[in-house]
Design a protein around this ligand. Sequence first.
Ligand SMILES: C[S@@+](CC[C@H](N)C(=O)[O-])C[C@H]1O[C@@H](n2cnc3c(N)ncnc32)[C@H](O)[C@@H]1O
Length: 203
Amino acid sequence: MKKNKISKNWINKHRRDIYVRKSKIEGYRSRAIYKLKEIDQKFKIILNGINIIDLGSAPGSWSQYLSEKSKNSKILSIDLKEVTKIDNVHHLIGNFMEEKNQSIMINFFGNKIDLVVSDMAVNTTGNKNLDAISTGELSMSAMDFSIKNLNKNGCFLSKLFMGSTFNEIVEKAKKNFKEVKIFKPPSSRKDSKENFIICKKIR
Ligand SMILES: C[S@@+](CC[C@H](N)C(=O)[O-])C[C@H]1O[C@@H](n2cnc3c(N)ncnc32)[C@H](O)[C@@H]1O
């Protein structure tokens, strides 16, 4: 199929999508909000008064939900892109993979973090296998960062694509966390290779 035909199909599908329409009505910046909401409803990861990092946060729907749901919490988000201000969320523009940005994030809290959520994904190339590998690398680094910087009872949530790095990431999670679950929220598109990994309690 030609590239512009693929994008027309995507735009038509996007317009018909109930989650896109719902997010517009409810004032969220992206349909991605419903994935975090469904994960939280099932796994109860967002508590009050905790330290939270939102990785790959633009345009900001996960941060909007974190800010609403988690009162009196300290929330820091990072993305390569700018994010329009959200109440009680401090945004850092930069690459999460750079050590200097990771140091800024750690220093921002001054103590350990309770929840790291990552929806980071690279710009799609059209090659689903390659995209899964690149996004897998982001997820692996986010997990490494979480293992070092989470509280003992902390939680790490990350987007994960089915692909060659999937098993490696799940294995690593099981070695380092006591509870590991894989979940595809109902609002995640059926034709997407996307899944989420929820890891609780550092070993
Ligand atoms: C699917 S979007 C996130 C949507 C967001 N959770 C929301 O609810 O609005 C993925 C984001 O990951 C970001 N991203 C990709 N690589 C990154 C990196 N190395 N550092 C920081 N952000 C990154 C992209 O810029 C993009 O905005």
